[in-house]
Design a protein around this ligand. Structure first.
Ligand code: FAD
Length: 451
């Protein structure tokens, strides 16, 4: 980092990125004081697990907490201060100003302030019956609302991204009737329509009704704490509304301190997680990340990136040379028994990056067709037509999307061509895999080795 590394490492934000940075710095330099300032009463919780706790699959909320503040204080020697919100950073004086008054000096600062919900621009998003799931407090509030409904009632779920779909399934588990609305013209709009089809089918077969291409124009209070939503101009009343309409980075205090911002207003960092201001690092959902294929910074907030960038920031803070390896934008999800996800680029992104993308899609079985439970899986690969270089892929179906995407992410990292992926010697046994996995089928079809 820069010469002013004397003085404590101060981390703002105590979740995935912040606690990873703090713990890694503690490992690298056991003598350096590490202070974590967290505005809420919670640290190191798995937001990714909220849907499953809310749905009742995970019994205890505490099961989602990797380690509590006492563990970090007593076992790791990290000075975790809960209820400490940072209002401003003074980079000249190297100190942060607390919202409740008081200052904390730093030698190096790591901003790990995450993101907040991007609420639709309609009146009523702040009504008591309207929820957005982001941090532990919002999960607790939604959990309390679900408890009050005692396994009945109707929920309007706005947004059909991965979190919307996960919540649709888990609110169904709680016995609610789900009405899912999406502004785009298809369900699961993050997926190509071919890949989204099995997801949409599973959603329709599940307990949710869904509508696409719709417009939410207002949320209003209704009797008995219910909410009236105006959808395509028509009012409808629900017991609760859940907004799953995306997020925006919490970059405000960093930007006000002079840190350059990048895509979507996130704090621009280099691959050592340094911002443009000496002594200030940033990691996780508040920051940009280097994309391995695009070879530029993007903003794709995910737990995987937050953890890894946090560790890099912790090492950089200790003066260790380390570079964030970059992302592929890989994510995976599951809803109503169907897994689905993405890694790498789709065609528009690939074309924008100067490639000449083409795509191939194939559907096959996840194991031998004669085995019980064999399930259809769709794989769609994007590759550069002149060179054959793999650029990305999407898949949906069955239980194994995470493994299929992992294999594809390895291929992207190794810069394999679609033909090389087709030739990979993968394992086969009837109950667990197909002789030709759908991933191989799609790659082989691209080079004329499969129908
Ligand atoms: C429901 C849900 C499901 C998800 N599922 C997945 C998944 O399956 N896979 C995946 O990869 N990702 C998933 N994510 C995303 C993942 O949770 C985030 O990418 C990850 O939590 C980001 O970690 P972070 O530390 O950067 O930010 P955050 O988790 O947002 O933490 C930031 C922390 O900073 C604190 N803070 C903010 N401002 C201040 C301030 N001024 N002063 C003091 N403290 C401050 C906040 O209170 C918060 O605790 C999911 C997210 C949600 C909400």
């Amino acid at each position: 980092v820069d010469p002013g590394t004397d003085g404590p490492l101060v981390v703002v934000g105590g979740d995935a990125a912040g606690m990873s940075a703090a713990a890694e710095a503690r490992r690298c330099d056991p003598r350096r004081p590490v202070v974590v300032l967290e505005r809420s009463e919670h640290v190191s919780y798995a937001a990714c697990g909220f849907p499953y706790w809310l749905g009742g699959l995970v019994d205890e909320r505490d099961d989602l907490v990797a380690h509590d503040a006492a563990y970090f204080r007593e076992r790791r020697g990290i000075d975790v201060r809960l209820g400490h919100e940072v209002a401003a950073v003074d980079p000249e004086a190297r100190r942060v100003e607390l919202a409740g008054g008081g200052r904390v000096p730093y030698g190096v600062l790591v901003l790990a302030t995450g993101a907040r919900p991007a609420l639709p621009d309609v009146p009523g998003t702040d009504l008591p019956g309207v929820h957005a799931l982001r941090d532990m407090s919002s999960a607790i509030a939604l959990g309390a609302a679900l408890d009050r409904l005692e396994g009945g009632g109707s929920a309007l779920l706005v947004g059909c991204g991965p979190i919307g779909l996960e919540m649709a399934e888990n609110l169904c588990r709680r016995g609610l009737r789900i009405h899912l609305i999406e502004a785009a013209d298809q369900l699961a709009p993050a997926l190509h329509p071919d890949v989204a089809a099995p997801v949409a089918h599973a959603l329709r077969e599940g307990c949710a009704t869904s509508r696409v291409d719709v417009d939410l124009s207002a949320l209003r209070p209704a009797p008995a704490g219910r909410v009236e939503a105006v959808v395509d101009g028509v009012p409808e009343v629900h017991d609760l509304v859940l907004l799953a309409t995306g997020i925006v980075p919490n970059a405000g205090i960093g930007a006000a301190a002079g840190c350059r911002t990048g895509p979507r207003g996130a704090l621009a960092v280099d691959r050592a997680c340094r911002t443009s201001v000496p002594g200030i690092l940033a990691a996780g959902d508040c920051a940009t990340a280097w994309h391995r294929i695009l070879e530029r910074d993007v903003w794709q907030p995910l737990a995987t990136t937050a953890n890894r960038q946090g560790r890099v920031a912790g090492r950089t803070a200790c003066g260790r040379e380390d570079l964030f390896p970059g992302i592929l934008g890989s994510w995976v999800s599951e809803a109503f028994g169907v897994t689905f996800g993405v890694t790498g680029l789709d065609e528009p992104a690939a074309a924008e990056a100067g490639f000449r993308p083409t795509a191939v899609a194939r559907t096959g079985r996840d194991r031998s067709g004669y085995m019980p439970g064999a399930t259809e899986v769709c794989v769609r690969l994007v590759y550069d037509a002149p060179t054959g270089r793999l650029l990305g892929g999407q898949t949906a179906g069955g239980r194994d999307s995470a493994n299929r995407l992992r294999a594809l992410a390895v291929a992207l990292t190794a810069r394999l061509t679609v033909g090389e992926l087709a030739g990979v010697d993968a394992a086969y046994a009837p109950p667990v895999s197909a002789l030709r996995d759908p991933l191989e089928l799609a790659a082989a079809a691209a080079v004329g080795d499969a129908p």
